[in-house]
Design a protein. Structure first.
Length: 95
């Protein structure tokens, strides 16, 4: 099965997108936590900044898990919310 067929299948089940996003947000929080513990001095970012990014990632993960588990209506609206907040999170991490 090629990539486009898999993406088409995934788009038909929006709830799976929330599960993937929740797992990705948890992985982001985990990796930032590892960076915080082991490489804080080499990176030069204050611990408060990294903790702030961890908290945001966990909140986004909780939102996505809740949408996956409990939301049956408003999936389209929730997808818009999570995609916009993910983009804002990416921009925040760049700056």
């Amino acid at each position: 099965m090629n990539l486009f067929a898999q993406l088409d299948k995934l788009s038909n089940n929006a709830k799976v997108v929330f599960l993937i996003d929740a797992i990705g947000a948890l992985l982001s929080a985990l990796f930032i936590f590892i960076i915080l513990n082991y490489f804080e001095n080499q990176i030069g970012l204050p611990a408060k900044t990294l903790i702030f990014l961890i908290i945001i990632a966990i909140v986004l993960s909780i939102f996505s898990f809740c949408c996956y588990l409990f939301q049956n209506n408003n999936l389209k609206q929730n997808l818009k919310v999570i995609s916009r907040t993910n983009i804002l999170y990416c921009i925040l991490t760049i700056f």
